[in-house]
Design a binder for this molecule. Sequence first.
Ligand SMILES: NC(=O)C1=CN([C@@H]2O[C@H](COP(=O)(O)OP(=O)(O)OC[C@H]3O[C@@H](n4cnc5c(N)ncnc54)[C@H](O)[C@@H]3O)[C@@H](O)[C@H]2O)[C@@H](O)CC1
Ligand SMILES: [K+]
Length: 225
Amino acid sequence: MAEVDRVAVEEFGLGIIQMMEHAGRTLSRVVIEGDADRITVVAGGGGNGGGGLACARHLAARDRLHRVVLDRSPDEYEGAPATQLRLLEGMGVELVDAAATPDDSATAAITDADRVIDALIGYGLTGAPRGVAAELITAIESAPGPVTALDVPSGVDATTGEAAGAVATPETTLTLALPKTGLAPLDGSLVCADLGIPAGVYAAAGIEYEHPFGDRFSVELSLAE
Ligand SMILES: NC(=O)C1=CN([C@@H]2O[C@H](COP(=O)(O)OP(=O)(O)OC[C@H]3O[C@@H](n4cnc5c(N)ncnc54)[C@H](O)[C@@H]3O)[C@@H](O)[C@H]2O)[C@@H](O)CC1
Ligand SMILES: [K+]
């Protein structure tokens, strides 16, 4: 998937912000179909967090957003995730910086929610979750509400499915563009979102690909028996 993203951006000129918007909007549609009114988005600093922040904007516009929890200071965001964050700030959405709140407001924002979106870490995970991200994964895992994970549950290696540390078990995982091999052993439902990546990108990345979405923009997947 990393190679597909690279070819899409460097050889086909697809914008990361474009793909991230599809990810965030489709994620918001999936959770809006449920009945949760107070949805908390927990967002990291990379591409996965950026998709979560785009989702938060669509939820806020529909009055379904409870809180946005960050694992670092808003000043540390760069690139497309920073663009998503600035848009949220412009809407007046309150951000909870878990790294700067010694009290339990980040945990409360997670435990008070009807549903939690886990957009901390995607396929960019390196090693076991550390620091604030690890604490937030533990808080998500102990939250009473159901969890929707973006792309992969944070802490799971997208390729091997191994988890070297904490993982929040999702009710649903919305994976992006292609199912990752590391999702095969996962419990819960699996939905794949179309990021609008042209078929030629897959061909250029050496992947045999048939558009799986038909007339839809997301499809539920199940493991072949
Ligand atoms: N790169 C792209 O073209 C796109 C990426 N997308 C999303 O972005 C993800 C990949 O983005 P990135 O490559 O930025 O990576 P990620 O966002 O998956 O992970 C990087 C972030 O995780 C943190 N992190 C990594 N390992 C950690 C550990 N052990 N403990 C604590 N924190 C850790 C890093 O500090 C960094 O903030 C995909 O899974 C997907 O969800 C989509 O938004 C679509 C486009
Ligand atoms: K995630």
